[in-house]
Design a protein. Structure first.
Length: 254
């Protein structure tokens, strides 16, 4: 099956494009460009809500390709999200749910060439079958623009993301992941060395194993562990550390 897939020109183009883009991003991170971007974005990310809004906004800005969106946003926002106590699972959802939806409704993206060819082929087939195509616009691009209001899933999922971020609401497994991440963040805040996004980015730049980050395949392995045996929710912190007040940013149940 893999050999058959690689015999397709489009599949090979996607793989090569992803490799080149990943290499370019790795070079940017190694040269310190990622630290500057993280430092700039961190100024606007003061709490979990604003941090997720930064990730959401960055996902909207990189509208030209879904693969580029996933690689760039996941790599850039990761240290900021970690420093604010947002779960990696939430980051994965934010990245994945802005990549393809944004590219699919953008009039300038890597998707549009393929979609225009599909529209032109469909019009040609209808005309060959004797159908009246005068009711359609002669420009495939105009037809594409007219289909954007009817693309319900991309519009819906972007709206749902914004709604969940603004109102701080989660449900299902994501609620558990977010509450666990907040507890880990509270435990980290009690330590002598709080988590810093710029320092984390510098560490990633110096450690080649962590340069390329795909949020879909990572867990929060670098945070303070929580003892969940017998329902114990006490964090593993320094003995005698004062208790923190409940975090108002903890997500609420739907």
């Amino acid at each position: 099956l893999i050999i058959v897939s690689f015999s397709d020109t489009d599949h090979i183009f996607i793989v090569v494009f992803t490799w080149i883009l990943s290499g370019m991003i790795a070079c940017v991170m190694k040269s310190g460009g990622g630290e500057g971007l993280v430092g700039t974005l961190a100024k606007y990310a003061k709490n979990p809500r604003s941090g997720m809004l930064v990730a959401f906004a960055l996902g909207l800005m990189i509208f030209f390709d879904d693969y580029a969106n996933t690689l760039i946003v996941g790599q850039t926002v990761r240290p900021i999200i970690d420093s604010l106590g947002v779960s990696r699972e939430k980051l994965a959802f934010l990245v994945d749910s802005t990549a393809a939806p944004v590219a699919s409704v953008s009039p300038i993206s890597s998707w549009i060439g393929f979609e225009l060819s599909l529209i032109e082929d469909a019009l040609a087939q209808l005309e060959a079958d004797g159908e009246d195509v005068t009711c359609y616009d002669s420009s495939a691009f105009i037809i594409f623009l007219n289909t954007i209001p009817g693309r319900f899933y991309p519009i819906f999922v972007l709206g749902v993301q914004f709604f969940l971020i603004i109102f701080g609401i989660e449900f299902g497994p994501m609620l558990k992941f977010e509450r666990k991440a907040r507890a880990e963040h509270a435990a980290t805040a009690r330590s002598d060395s709080p988590f810093d996004p710029v320092s984390q980015m510098e560490h990633m730049r110096n450690n080649s194993k962590e340069v390329m980050y795909n949020p879909m395949y990572h867990t929060r392995h670098d945070r303070v562990s929580i003892n969940s045996d017998k329902g114990d929710k006490q964090a593993a912190v320094h003995a005698g550390a004062p208790e923190l007040e409940p975090d108002p940013s903890t997500p609420r149940r739907w």
